[in-house]
Design a protein around this ligand. Structure first.
Ligand code: HEM
Length: 205
């Protein structure tokens, strides 16, 4: 049982997913309006938060753990990270980022405020509601900037650092610095970004 379910990564994820689907079914059954639009918004929210955890969890692994501790690892042991751990972490990291953004934009669309938020409250808002959409929109734009950072800066430069793309030692050192700065930028932006994600619904419904 332990070997089959828990020590096998794929089976473990499938089991988690099945339990989640049962829970989601339960929420639908007990939602006063059944499987209505609001129910599906809640499901997209769940998908969005799952991808958000995958992405930002790995961002925090890179910044809270790997970047700070790697310099202490003896040089001859470091290839274990660069050959095995980091490429796999970056795989889930960049696809997690894409999943988060797609589900997030879909969520904003289903909530009916995608235009209002992306224009920071300047388009399509009632008088007096400008600020609440601006507050949500700022978080969404921060997350979009973070996403562009992942795919446009961190990943292309990490390919050079990890040797997936050929480059000389100078180019590698430069790429490592750029990737680190972009990754730290995302860590910084993640905290204000999360305020919009976590506070909007509680305060504005
Ligand atoms: C471009 C990227 C993103 C977009 C467009 C986006 C969009 C949204 C939207 C529209 C909501 C619903 C807010 C509401 O009306 O209550 C939301 C909620 C949320 N988002 Fe994002 N988001 C993005 C990135 C992220 C990231 C990177 C995280 C990191 C974990 C995240 C975590 C959350 C959480 C935890 C919620 C709250 C769920 C809840 O309490 O119901 N989002 N997001």
């Amino acid at each position: 049982m332990g070997n089959f379910l828990l020590l096998n990564f794929r089976n473990c994820i499938i089991a988690g997913l099945i339990l989640a689907l049962i829970m989601i079914w339960g929420f639908g059954m007990h939602n006063p309006n059944g499987y209505d639009q609001t129910f599906w918004i809640a499901v997209v929210r769940w998908i969005h938060v799952f991808f958000g955890i995958l992405w930002i969890g790995l961002l925090y692994y890179f910044n809270f753990v790997a970047a700070r501790k790697t310099p202490e690892i003896p040089a001859e042991l470091r290839p274990a990270l660069s050959k095995y751990i980091t490429p796999e972490a970056l795989f889930w990291f960049r696809w997690g980022a894409l999943g988060t953004v797609l589900a997030g934009l879909l969520l904003a669309y289903l909530r009916g405020y995608i235009v209002q938020t992306l224009t920071l409250g300047f388009v399509g808002t009632e008088p007096g509601a400008h600020a609440q959409f601006a507050l949500m929109g700022i978080g969404m734009w921060l997350a979009i900037i973070m996403f562009l950072n992942v795919w446009g800066i961190i990943w292309p430069n990490q390919k050079i650092v990890l040797g997936i793309k050929e480059a000389d030692a100078d180019a590698k050192a430069k790429a490592a610095r750029i990737a680190s700065l972009a990754s730290r930028t995302n860590t910084l932006l993640s905290l204000p970004m999360l305020t919009s994600m976590a506070m909007y619904q509680t305060l504005f419904g």
